[in-house]
Every structure is written in structure tokens, then in C-alpha cells.
Design a protein around this ligand. Sequence first.
Ligand code: SAH
Length: 366
Amino acid sequence: MSSLPLVFAAPKRALPPRHLADLDLDGRRAAVAELGHSAFRADQLSRQYFARFERDASAMTDLPGVARQVLGESLFPPLLTEVRHLDTDNGDTRKTLYRLHDGTLVESVLMRYPDRITICVSSQAGCGMACPFCATGQGGLKRNLSTAEIVDQVVAAAATCARGELPGGPGRLSNVVFMGMGEPLANYPRVLASLRRLIDEPPAGLGLSQRSITLSTVGLVPAIDKLTAEDLNVTLAISLHAPDDELRNTLVPVNTRWNVAEVLGAADRYAARSGRRYSIEYAMIRDVNDHAWRADMLGEMLSTRLAHVNLIPLNPTPGSEWDASDKHVEREFLRRLQARGVSATVRDTRGREIAGACGQLAASEN
Ligand code: SAH
């Protein structure tokens, strides 16, 4: 994005070959026609991929063999190769490690709850935002993911659910959170196209409801404003972690570019346009950001805003000297927010045992 300083731009590394999910339905019809086939094959392929979660063209047996081969080769290059998955919570949480076409590694985390199934997707390999308490930030940014690399994480998860590979039997993937590796708004055009693929009705896309999609950001203000102008109503989450600029400058370094007031201002504009309450993420770090006065300051700031606070007990990351806040401190912080009329809850973190919780995704093979 032109308004982002160069330091946030991804290094020039090759995106994968074109995939069906990179294109909208018109683009798919044009691509199929260019390959010498009738445009309606694009709808057939789309239905296979977005409605039946079939990611392997050779299994799309409603297409004649030749079409399957030509179109399959050209529109379904394998994007994600599963290296392994790790399960926890009796199988209700699954972290999957994927290798991309160029050897880059990314992870996504699938979580089954009584009332929903959520996939947490990565939007970049690594991350350039350098938040010191987040494992993903420590390795820096490797590259942006393509639209299809993002969408394919969701479709792979939907297939896992539909085939009944999670305990509890077959289920429908219902929620997507952009809370895996990377800063989604630093990969704006591809993330936006992936949102369209998730929202559009089949065969164009997966037909997920916008309210069940959450995009989390460190607060890249021009990109939030751009998102506001798209007239979507996905849920926006802001990684705030401190109410004061002095501390936030150290916890979320991009704060030196767009400060707390500017970030909340952009979130307010999003809320006003979309009618959607936004979330504030606040990792509770012992003796760093969990003071009563900070709870009061945050409460004051948010009392008149359309926001909900998610307190996240800090998850351990390699080499970090920080710990999660004590439970009684967390309770007091929550109480002070609520006393000011702010809606706030503690996030039920999943996957800590498999390094699959917030801030723990580092995608290594070891
Ligand atoms: N880059 C985006 C998307 C990642 S979402 C963003 O920062 O919003 C992951 C969430 O987990 C963010 O709110 C992040 O700040 C938070 N997080 C990072 N490290 C964490 C840790 N060690 N413990 C708890 N939460 C953490």
C-alpha cells in the first residue's frame, strides 16, 4: 500500500502460481475461456472448491477428463502442503503446519466450540510489526500470502470439519479470524480479496456471514480507513495492549507512527460506518500493562465508544522475560473496566500446549 512506510513492505519474494481462489467468478470464467473451455466450467470448478471443499482437481469427477486435467493443472496448483498437525483439548483444537510452494512455512489453528467452529488463519508468513511479546514478530516478515493461500487455509479447514475429522462428527466451519501469523492490513489487497471469497455466496465463494469473520490489526490507520470505505461489516479487532502512548510505543512499535488516539479514531469511523462494535485486544502482562490506573484510563477512553475489550492472558513465547498477570490482578482490571460501563471479557485461550495460542505461531519444523 502506497501510504505505508517502506519499512512495512514485504520483501520481494515470489507469490505462488495463480489459483482459482485468486480470481472472482468473472475472472475464473475468463481464465477458463482462455484455456479453450466453456465458461460454465468455471462455475463447476467453483462449486467443487467452495461448496464441496474439493481442493484436488483430479477428484472433480463431474468434469470430463481432459477439462479436469487442463483446468486442474492451470487453476489448482497445490498451494498448501500439510507438514503435520498437532491436536489438543481432546481434539477440539488443531494446529496445522503448512509448507508453501517456495518452502515458506505457515500455521493455522482450528477450534471447535459447542456453538461454532473457528479457523484462525495466517495472512503473511512471519510478521513485520515486531511486537516484542509475540513469537511471530521475532522472525520478521518473510512474505505476504496470496489471496488463494489465505482462502485455501479456510477451505482445508472446512473440509476437515465436513469430513468429520474432528471429534463430535461432521460439522460446518462457521467462523474465520485473521489472528494467525502476520498483519492482515499490511497485505491489504490480498486480504481484502480473501474476505470477498469468504463472504460471496457459492459458487463465487464460501458464503460465510460477515459477522462471523474477525480481522485483527495492530492499527494501520490508513488501511483501517480504506477498509471502512469498502462498506463491509466484518468484525474489526484492534491490538491495543496499552492505553498510553508511552507504553504502547514499546509493546506495539507501529504506535510511534499511529498513536492510540489515532487508532481508536479510525476504529470509531469503522464502527460508525459498519454499525459493528469493534474489539480491543489487551494481553495481560504482569507488572507491564496490568496496573489499576491503566484499567481506569482504558475504561475512561472506551466508556463512550462502541467497543468490547478482550483481555488475553499472556501466552508464553520463547525467550520472553514476561509473564501473564496474576488472576486476581486480571479480575480487578476487568472489574474496573466494567465499572465504567465498558463491555469486557477474558478470552478463553486455546492451544497453549501446542504453541497454537495467540502470539505463539512461529511455524518451525522442530
Ligand atoms: N497482527 C495482527 C493479527 C495477529 S492477532 C494483530 O496484531 O492484531 C494475534 C493477537 O494475539 C494480537 O492481538 C496480538 O497482539 C496477540 N498476542 C501476541 N502475542 C501474544 C502473547 N504472547 N500472548 C497473548 N496474546 C498475544
